[in-house]
Design a protein around this ligand. Structure first.
Ligand SMILES: Cc1cc2nc3c(=O)[nH]c(=O)nc-3n(C[C@H](O)[C@H](O)[C@H](O)COP(=O)(O)OP(=O)(O)OC[C@H]3O[C@@H](n4cnc5c(N)ncnc54)[C@H](O)[C@@H]3O)c2cc1C
Length: 292
């Protein structure tokens, strides 16, 4: 690799934040994106701050009704967490189809968010769970809704001296269900052509909460808010679900590329949103009308 940089190996979070505060330093987590960017000279930091020893940023815990995932938690760690079957099944759907085994072992949830790719697979499930991202710097920390985190293609609200430390969301209620569908050219090791994540909650036979997040069809991962509004507070009949799917397709702005045309992507958003909302709603304990 022809880029030259100093490699810093901080012993803890405080030390890492101090190094980032000194300027022109880039965090390194699993390296599955960053090493490629360095090789291609898309990033030219003079210092790299390796997060490999920061065990405090790794792992999944449950704290006062919240699911809290440290930013250095790998995709393999997610797959090894049986609690996520209830607390975030859509995240497991995404993790199962993520890259190949070697990249899953190294790639982290924090790195997946921080790369701000429109095709980042862990982001739609997290966005549909209303996840928050916590950012820390030497001068303090702040929490941002993941839905507000991305500003555009590979642009986000993170400042250069900030680290993502954790991602968190409220533990879903028993009448909440979610799922993620990744459309790609192969089942394994393939970049997403269209990703759709849906979370629905039911009360008294109606959908009282709906989230639909879309990837690879806009400059960054987005929420299909018009589709959500159509579903919320209603009984999701086939006609209503179709109307929501049409709105989801209308809200995205896909491009043509080597993997698919914009037209195909928009069509896939329509079909997959309809399919996922129908499946999730029919598998959900809907709480019959009149019950508590
Ligand atoms: C062969 C291959 C297949 C892939 N397949 C997929 C796939 O199926 N789905 C998918 O979504 N992605 C895929 N990727 C992309 C990549 O593996 C993921 O985005 C991964 O989650 C990145 O995490 P990382 O820990 O390796 O990040 P790194 O490469 O270490 O970092 C990526 C970026 O995030 C920054 N960063 C990392 N951690 C933090 C932090 N805690 N705070 C602030 N900034 C941080 C880095 O500075 C860098 O700019 C693939 C990559 C390869 C090489």
């Amino acid at each position: 690799m022809s880029s030259e940089f100093e490699l810093e190996t901080p012993s803890g979070l405080k030390d890492a934040l101090r190094l980032l505060a000194e300027g022109n330093a880039t965090p390194l987590a699993g390296g599955t994106n960053l090493m490629i960017d360095l090789r291609a000279k898309r990033q030219r930091p003079s210092r790299i701050v390796a997060l490999g020893h920061l065990d405090e940023l790794r792992g999944i815990r449950f704290d006062r009704g919240k699911v809290v995932v440290g930013s250095r938690t790998t995709v393999t760690d997610l797959l090894r967490s049986p609690e996520l079957v209830i607390a975030g099944p859509s995240l497991l759907d995404a993790a199962r189809l993520f890259a190949g085994q070697m990249v899953r072992n190294a790639g982290t949830i924090g790195g997946n968010i921080a790369c701000a790719s429109p095709a980042a697979d862990l982001v739609p499930p997290l966005m549909s769970l209303d996840a928050d991202v916590t950012l820390a710097s030497a001068s303090g920390s702040r929490t941002v809704a993941l839905a507000d985190y991305f500003l555009g293609y590979k642009k986000d609200v993170r400042k250069s001296d900030e680290l993502i430390t954790q991602v968190s969301w409220t533990h879903p209620s028993p009448r909440t269900a979610n799922g993620f569908y990744k459309l790609a050219r192969r089942r394994g090791d393939a970049i997403t052509v269209v990703g759709v994540a849906v979370t629905l909650s039911a009360s008294n036979g109606k959908c009282d909460h709906a989230r639909v997040a879309l990837s690879a069809v806009s400059p960054c991962v987005i929420r299909a808010t018009k589709a959500e509004h159509i579903l919320q507070g209603q009984v999701p009949t086939a006609e209503l679900i179709e109307a929501a799917a049409i709105q989801a397709a209308a809200q995205c702005s896909p491009i043509d590329d080597v993997r698919a045309s914009a037209q195909y992507r928009r069509h896939a958003v329509h079909v997959l949103t309809r399919r996922l909302v129908s499946q999730i709603w029919s598998n959900l304990d809907q709480g019959s009308a009149g019950s508590a």
